[in-house]
Design a protein around this ligand. Structure first.
Ligand code: CO
Length: 466
């Protein structure tokens, strides 16, 4: 029996525990060991890492990827991509999507895990197509959520659609850690019976189900599981790699992992963890177990958003009313999976409905766009009355929203001019204009400083010698 592991420390664990603030210099020296550990893949790019590089770390995300590639020449490098949203928060036109995917692969990515918040296949198919065209592996990720319409039949349907557009693997993506051992076993079995691609299971330890869920996923026939090295595991991150390697090996599974390498990687990241504890970057509460998501069927992050929204207007007395309102809003909006950006939209709407006391009297721009179909087709039916109340005479768009968008790459190229050194820079700018510009200026300043320094060096050297 074979089971493979994907290591998430450089992407999801980094994102879940330290808000994606891990600079390249932190992990550079451990790359050769990561490369020898025997992982199926190393999830190391995409998600929030790109934005964070430009916004907080003053790193060129593309250069970071090339350096990881150089340090890990033998392991498959994996990234997470939000379909037509790429790594940003809005829909991009197809020319940007295709160029971004191609450049990701050119710079070292082997596997692109692609998902859409609504599981709308039209929002992932262009990225999947371009991935395959460039010789990389496309993994279709299904957002897992709990609702009356998200049953086995529905998940099998999505998986079949993904197989039809040519994905190489299918991933069950449980962002909130609410996928239970029983549910994953049934889901893996059902998918195995209906699709032929290998199955990957991705969960988080947030509610404490993670280890049991991954064990049952493997028993149900999963081919790959996502884990994080122990030093960066648990809580809102993934279950620990060493622990699952131990338990599964004992049960007779061949993991292909090198336990000694894992131990070294574990020690390495424990040191980083200690440092991040001390600096306050790593808050111990994210490492604890929070079972509230299981009680309210609302992801932990969404629950804390509701609390902060209510606290900010001094109305925590309405907390229980908002908790009651949230599932109603979700139902009326057609049961979207509670993942970014839907979790924020549903949460904010429920809060507004309760605070104003007049349901949907005030609606965000995002919810309006969602009702118009700009995010894709909702999994269920949107309440017709509410749709009419909010949209009035406006008619929803027909077809795929990205088809209505003008190509944007050449425009971005013209706008950024010679501040961009290559096509990668233009893509950074197309996704995050402000952050990219800020970074380009920083980079330019750095070059000037180096220049000045090289001239002053002989003088100071001379002084020292004298
Ligand atoms: Co995740």
């Amino acid at each position: 029996m074979r089971i493979r592991f994907t290591e998430t420390v450089l992407r999801d664990a980094n994102q879940s525990l330290v808000a994606t603030r891990m600079p390249f210099s932190d992990f550079e020296s451990i790359l050769p060991v990561l490369d020898k550990a025997g992982y199926y893949s190393l999830e190391c790019w995409g998600g929030a890492t790109f934005d964070s590089c430009l916004r907080f770390l003053n790193e060129d995300p593309w250069e970071r990827l090339r350096k990881i590639r150089k340090g890990c020449p033998n392991t498959k490098l994996q990234m997470l991509l939000r379909g037509q949203n790429l790594l940003g928060y809005k829909h991009y036109p197809d020319d940007i999507v295709r160029r971004f995917v191609k450049k990701s692969i050119d710079n070292g990515i082997d596997i692109i895990r692609i998902f859409d918040a609504l599981n709308d296949i039209r929002n992932i198919e262009v990225a999947v197509d371009e991935t395959i065209k460039n010789g990389a592996l496309a993994s279709g990720a299904i957002c897992y959520t709990i609702s009356p319409i998200h049953n086995l039949e529905n998940y099998v349907k999505i998986a079949r659609q993904m197989e039809e557009i040519g994905v190489s693997t299918i991933c069950i993506k449980d962002m909130a850690g609410i996928l239970s051992p029983k549910a994953v076993f049934e889901l893996v079995k059902a998918l195995k019976e209906n699709v032929s691609c290998p199955l990957v299971v991705h969960t988080h330890s947030t509610t404490g189900l993670g280890y049991m869920t991954l064990l049952r996923a493997v028993e149900g026939g999963a081919d790959v599981i996502d884990t994080a090295i122990s030093g960066f595991s648990g809580g809102t991150s993934q279950p620990a790699a060493e622990t699952l390697n131990y338990a599964l090996s004992e049960l007779g599974y061949n993991t292909g992992l090198n336990a000694e390498a894992l131990d070294r990687i574990g020690d390495f990241f424990k040191d980083i963890r200690s440092r991040d504890f001390k600096s306050g970057l790593l808050n111990p509460t994210v490492l604890t177990t929070d079972a509230k998501a299981l009680v309210y069927q609302i992801p932990g992050g969404m629950l804390s958003n509701l609390v902060s929204q209510l606290t900010s207007v001094n109305r925590m007395d309405l907390f229980n009313d908002v908790l009651e309102e949230t599932p109603k809003v979700r139902k009326e909006l057609g049961y979207p999976p509670l993942v970014t950006p839907m979790s924020q939209m549903v949460g904010a709407q429920a809060t507004t409905n309760v605070i104003t006391g007049k349901r949907y009297s005030s609606v965000s721009k995002e919810v309006k766009s969602y009702l118009k179909g700009e995010y894709g087709t909702p999994p269920g039916e949107i309440d017709e009355e509410i749709k009419k109340q909010i949209l009035g005479g406006e008619t929803p768009i027909e077809g795929r929203f990205a088809d209505t968008l003008e190509p944007a790459f050449e425009k971005a190229r013209a706008q950024i001019g010679d501040k961009a050194e290559n096509e990668e820079d233009i893509l950074s700018y197309a996704l995050f204009p402000e952050q990219a510009l800020k970074f380009f200026n920083y980079r330019e300043g750095l070059k000037k400083r180096t220049f000045t320094y090289s001239f002053s060096l002989p003088e100071s050297e001379g002084e020292k010698n004298a």
